[in-house]
Design a protein around this ligand. Structure first.
Ligand code: NAD
Ligand code: MG
Length: 374
């Protein structure tokens, strides 16, 4: 199977996303084609290093490039912080980077966001290449140029827009990804169908389980459509003034659940988004905007692959949490989208027909939360 590609059309900062098997082992050639003669340095995490770093290093070295020693951070969200960033910057400078050095981020969204931000600020800006190794990173975080780290005040509050020069989405590396992580990324894949691609949603109903089970051709196709969807939105609205907000479908509810669960492994982001998308559809039905059948179809598909669709199990999963609708709505308030007792939501008139709605009253929101908690 050969690779396919998607172009992110941002003028002279535009770039290709290559998608297919074997791209890690062929990374040296692809990087050298676009960024010839440049010194390279790889950033990865401790889990991915054990699985996929050797073939990447071998490929980069075989291209003839000068390759510095890799930088390895502990795996997990905790590495997306200022302390780790400072360590990475210090490592980069200790290795003698120059302005023309290219940072290659091999890993999931954590390494991509951390590495992208390090690249944005080291020597006032290095080029960087994303080699995403989770499904979530391949369909979402590696595309679009948002980079950054977390603060004790909240997630992703410190960062920069810094577009990569190339994205290599190797479908083969997903074979080592735990099913739960794969599913979390799949929730974001489903989201693109829900936003404005109803035919893609129908395709996922037919092919979702097979691609999750490992079919490489179907995987590549789902990643291609997802990247195309995200690339189209990013090209139209790079810095999130309007259209890009649609990508937040399911995220306002999802973030409230995540905030209460604590960002970590009790509830993965994609799991929160899965529940959140169902809540957004339920709210749309409640407001008389969306046929109940579409919400039922969404629920059926997500649960058929094994994604959570209600918040009912969260209290048991995260004991001691305050899962009352009032508290969850307070989390939404901190999400800065609440104004005068109303909130801006991404709602839907049906599958593939999402839109931004300001002025949604909190009463309906509370009812949906109460219903989901069971
Ligand atoms: P992650 O990077 O923590 O990866 C999840 C886990 O899988 C980690 O333990 C990692 O070590 C492991 N892993 C990665 N690749 C593997 C592989 N091929 N085989 C086995 N294990 C592997 O998390 P994620 O879900 O990829 O990304 C989440 C992060 O992405 C969050 O910090 C989120 O804020 C960010 N994000 C950013 C954007 C953006 O636009 N920049 C968009 C969405 C999410
Ligand atoms: Mg998301």
């Amino acid at each position: 199977m050969s690779s396919t590609s998607v172009r992110v059309a941002l003028g002279d900062r535009g770039y290709d996303i290559l998608i297919g098997p074997g791209l890690v082992a062929d990374a040296g050639r692809h990087v050298a084609e676009r960024l010839p003669g440049r010194p390279l340095v790889v950033l990865t995490d401790s889990t991915v290093a054990g699985l996929h770093l050797d073939p990447l290093m071998a490929s980069l070295r075989a291209s003839g490039a000068k390759v510095l020693d890799p930088i390895i951070v502990p795996s997990g969200e905790a590495s997306k912080d200022m302390g780790t960033l400072a360590g990475v910057l210090d490592d980069l400078l200790s290795r003698g980077i120059e302005r023309k050095t290219v940072l290659v981020a091999l890993g999931g969204g954590v390494v991509g966001d951390l590495g992208g931000f390090a690249a944005a600020v080291a020597l006032r800006g290095l080029d960087f290449v994303q080699v995403p190794t989770t499904l979530l990173a391949q369909v979402d975080s590696s595309v679009g140029g948002k980079t950054g780290v977390n603060s004790r005040h909240g997630k992703n509050l410190i960062g920069a827009f810094h577009q990569p020069r190339l994205v290599l989405a190797d479908t083969g590396v997903l074979d080592t990804l735990p099913r739960r992580e794969l599913l979390a990324g799949y929730a974001e894949v489903v989201k693109y169908g829900l936003i404005d691609r109803p035919d893609f949603f129908t395709w996922l109903e037919a092919n979702g389980e097979k691609l999750l089970a490992g079919d490489p051709g179907l995987r590549a196709e789902a990643i291609r459509v997802s990247c195309e969807a995200k690339a189209a939105v990013v090209a139209a609205d790079e810095k999130e003034s309007g259209l890009r907000e649609l990508l937040n479908l399911g995220h306002t509810f999802g973030h409230a659940l995540e905030a209460e669960a604590g960002y970590g492994t009790a509830l993965l982001h994609g799991e929160a988004v899965s529940i959140g998308m169902v809540m957004a559809f339920d709210l749309s039905v409640k407001l008389g905007l969306c046929p109940a059948g579409d919400a039922a179809r969404l629920r059926a598909h997500l649960s058929s692959v094994g994604l959570p669709v209600t918040a009912a199990h969260l209290p048991a999963l995260v004991p001691g949490g305050d899962w009352s609708p009032g508290n969850l709505m307070a989390h939404m308030g901190k999400d800065k989208k609440v104004k005068d007792g109303t909130i801006t939501f991404i709602l839907a008139r049906g599958i593939g027909q999402s839109f931004r709605q300001a002025g949604v009253g909190m009463d309906g929101v509370g009812e949906v939360l109460r219903g989901s908690l069971g």
